[in-house]
Ligand binder design. Structure first.
Ligand code: SF4
Ligand code: SF4
Length: 102
């Protein structure tokens, strides 16, 4: 999963992250069983669709979302020697093999 955490204490259910997400990963729910809250909160509905673009994190007005800084390279662009992830580090971007990134 690419989202590290969503702080449901600070999330106010504004829907901005859902509008921002290009992969349709997030949903709003008001179900206490899912979140422990009886007000609208965001959940990660389709974690496997997330590609760590960080748009939700950048757009959340209360900084409730934290995203891993590792981006999966879409299959058509993966190299033949198995590099599947880009990890963002100080001073540059490094490609990593799937086994090393996990
Ligand atoms: S943008 Fe932030 S506050 Fe708004 S629903 Fe998403 S996580 Fe919650
Ligand atoms: S990191 Fe990007 S793809 Fe993943 S949930 Fe946030 S906006 Fe959607």
């Amino acid at each position: 999963m690419a989202i590290e955490s969503i702080n449901l204490e600070t999330c106010d259910g504004c829907n901005i992250c859902i509008d921002s997400c290009p992969a349709d990963v997030l949903r709003l729910v008001d179900n206490v069983q899912d979140t422990g809250f009886d007000t609208w909160k965001v959940i990660i509905a389709y974690p496997n669709e997330c590609h760590s673009c960080s748009l939700c994190e950048m757009d959340c007005p209360v900084d409730a979302i934290k995203v891993e800084k590792t981006m999966m390279i879409p299959t058509p662009f993966q190299s033949h020697d198995g590099y599947k992830y880009l990890t963002f580090r100080k001073g540059g971007v490094k490609a990593e093999k799937m086994a090393e990134a996990r």
